[in-house]
Design a protein around this ligand. Structure first.
Ligand SMILES: [Ca+2]
Length: 154
């Protein structure tokens, strides 16, 4: 179970085959949820965010990287996940943003009031480990549901 992590600042544009995290040898009951993967880098068309093999359903994450970058690779099923800048991935509830500054603080990768990441999670059947965020803040609905990524507002 990988939840409530900020995975940031890994890899480089010259050598890395993946920027943020590689998820392999997965089982259907494995969990990659409520993570913020940001500001990682990878060479060429490698993914700056996440490499992942099926059968994982990865939901409620923020995966953002470099402009023009490939953010994910592999065949996991991403849902209720925010991608950017641009180059989003098809999936139920997924979002794509162009300007990262509109939803996340670059200094600590937290989100603020009015962020497009607020209230966009799929909160069906959440595991106990996800009931608080990376700060220990309770995940309480902003609107109809809780926030995607590692940080719940505030
Ligand atoms: Ca928080």
């Amino acid at each position: 179970m990988i939840v409530n992590n900020i995975i940031a600042g890994n890899g480089d544009v010259n050598n890395s085959t993946v920027g943020g995290v590689s998820l392999y040898s997965l089982a259907a009951n494995n969990v990659f949820e409520f993570n913020t993967v940001a500001a990682n880098a990878a060479a060429g068309t490698n993914s700056d965010g996440v490499d992942c093999t099926s059968p994982l359903v990865a939901r409620n994450n923020i995966i953002v990287g470099s402009a023009g970058g490939t953010h994910v690779r592999g065949n996991c099923n991403y849902v209720n996940t925010l991608f950017g800048p641009d180059n989003g991935v098809a999936g139920t509830g997924n979002m794509t943003v162009s300007d990262l500054a509109t939803f996340m603080f670059a200094a600590d990768f937290h989100i603020g009031a009015g962020s497009v990441a607020a209230g966009k999670a799929d909160s069906t059947g959440l595991a106990e480990a996800t009931l608080v965020d990376i700060d220990g803040d309770a995940r309480t609905p902003n609107g109809s549901t809780v926030d995607v990524g590692a940080d719940e507002i505030p």
